[in-house]
Write a protein that binds this ligand. Structure first.
Ligand code: LLP
Length: 441
């Protein structure tokens, strides 16, 4: 986060709180999230899309994609900054509501929302539901009808543009579970328009995540606007939702496009596509998750052991084991995702050594940072900071090997506070009826 700095002794501080003080107060591993940084990215993103849209005389809404990192406090921050919230399960819906999000400013995604989840969403008066299958359409229609409401819905289309991490490739047919093909979407929208309990408010597409350039979004928009234009014959369509996926820097080689530039590039591309077809530009919606919270988070770990491994000709690699790992950050194991690491508790004049930061789990793929250079004197007791862990780390955390999940601490203005408490071994035992013996709980 922007607030990260070193004091005269080389101690890292986040949001004005020294890393060592965080360790002393909350232990490690610890997720630290910088409130001002989240707020700043939320504000900046909203301003960027609003001004890009206003330049064409339309409005833009930004939904924060809660899957990236959700707790009630984060809901408060982003809604406070003017964002709507996108949820994709009943659990996320419950957290968003508990955090005070207005139901009419919530969107609900997912390829297999349960009947109970749909019921609940309609019951609380959710703003929109993004339909992902014909079966879901009929289920939702019945629920809304029974409750006597007209539920606004979007239709998720698969534009055939699949964005890869730094690149994108266009494929005619997407072999994946989300959305409808453009052809299927025609039929689905026609059906929605026949159903009195549903109101079709727009198309939705999301091409992927951790995308750096405008090109994939522009290509996707062109295809979706084609369908949007055709569907206008059947009635007005107030919104077009282009999803999220804006990339962030994980390591020094990552160079994401600033959000202002992305916003103008994407909105201008959609406007051009509409102009070519002689149709009005609809209001636009976006759903960034990672780019709001990713860079605001830092995970602190304590080094437990170090061990050199001889790579022959290639020299040595120092394995640095920390007290967390794939249970608090599954991304390297799941996606081969890259992170970086720094010693947070001191600076060092030692030569850099090639290190692999690994976790404490019983699995060789339990890697936190695959390759990094740290001072060769990195040693047990050192505090390591792994930046850019604000998105999809807490939310993907597990209890693998019965490791309790770490707390989340928010820092701001020199103060820290717990926004999600850490789990304890007792929390884990409490779920196991056979472990509960009197006096031990
Ligand atoms: N909207 C929809 C419909 C989505 O499926 C997603 C992400 C988003 C918005 C937000 O995308 P973002 O702006 O955060 O890229 N666990 C993976 C990322 C999975 C993203 C899933 N969908 C990771 O750790 O990289």
């Amino acid at each position: 986060p922007a607030s990260a700095e070193r004091d005269g002794d080389g101690m890292l501080s986040l949001g004005g709180v020294a890393a060592d003080d965080l360790r002393a107060a909350y232990g490690t591993p610890l997720y630290v999230v910088d409130e001002d940084d989240v707020r700043a990215h939320a504000r900046r993103t909203l301003a960027a899309f609003r001004s890009a849209a206003e330049a064409h005389g339309v409005q833009a809404r930004v939904y924060y994609a809660g899957k990236a990192f959700l707790c009630t406090e984060v809901v408060r921050w982003v809604t406070d900054e003017g964002l709507a919230v996108d949820v994709c399960t009943g659990g996320e819906l419950a957290v968003a509501l508990a955090g005070g999000a207005a139901p009419e400013r919530l969107g609900f995604h997912g390829n297999n929302k349960s009947v109970a989840e749909l019921e609940r969403a309609v019951e609380v008066g959710i703003g929109s539901i993004v339909l992902d299958s014909a079966i879901e359409l009929e289920r939702l229609a019945a629920i809304a009808e029974r409750r006597g409401v007209v539920q606004p819905v979007l239709v998720r289309v698969n534009s055939g543009v699949h964005a890869e991490t730094h690149d994108f490739l266009a494929t005619a047919h997407e072999d994946q579970k989300f959305g409808f093909t453009l052809d299927e979407a025609r039929v689905v929208v026609a059906r929605i328009r026949e159903v009195p309990s549903l109101r079709f408010v727009g198309l939705h597409c999301h091409i992927g995540s951790q995308i750096f350039g405008v090109a994939g979004f522009a290509e996707s928009a062109a295809r979706v606007v084609d369908l949007h234009a055709e569907l206008l014959a059947g009635g007005e369509i107030p919104v077009l939702n282009l999803g999220g996926g804006f990339g962030i820097a994980y390591t020094s080689v990552d160079d994401p496009t600033p959000i202002e530039q992305l916003a103008v590039g994407i909105v201008d591309a959609v406007a051009r596509e509409c102009e070519v077809r002689g149709i009005p530009l609809p209001n636009l919606a976006f759903e960034p998750g990672r780019s709001i919270v990713g860079q605001a988070g830092v995970t602190l770990y304590e080094v437990g052991t170090t061990k050199p491994v001889h790579l022959g000709e290639a020299g040595d690699r120092l394995y640095v084991s920390v007290d967390g790992g794939m249970s608090d950050n599954a991304r390297p194991a799941l996606y081969g995702a890259e992170f970086s690491a720094r010693i947070a508790s001191r600076t060092s004049d030692a030569d850099p050594a090639l290190v692999r930061v690994v976790g404490r789990h019983c699995e060789s793929g339990d890697i936190v940072v695959d390759h990094e250079y740290l001072p060769a004197d990195v040693a047990p007791g050192d505090l390591l900071a792994v930046p850019a862990t604000g998105a999809y780390c807490f939310s993907l955390a597990s209890n693998y090997n019965h490791v309790p999940r770490p707390p989340v601490v928010a820092v701001r203005g020199g103060k820290a506070r717990v926004i999600v408490r850490g789990e304890t071994i007792d929390d884990l035992l409490a779920r196991d009826p056979g472990a509960a013996t009197e006096g031990e709980m």
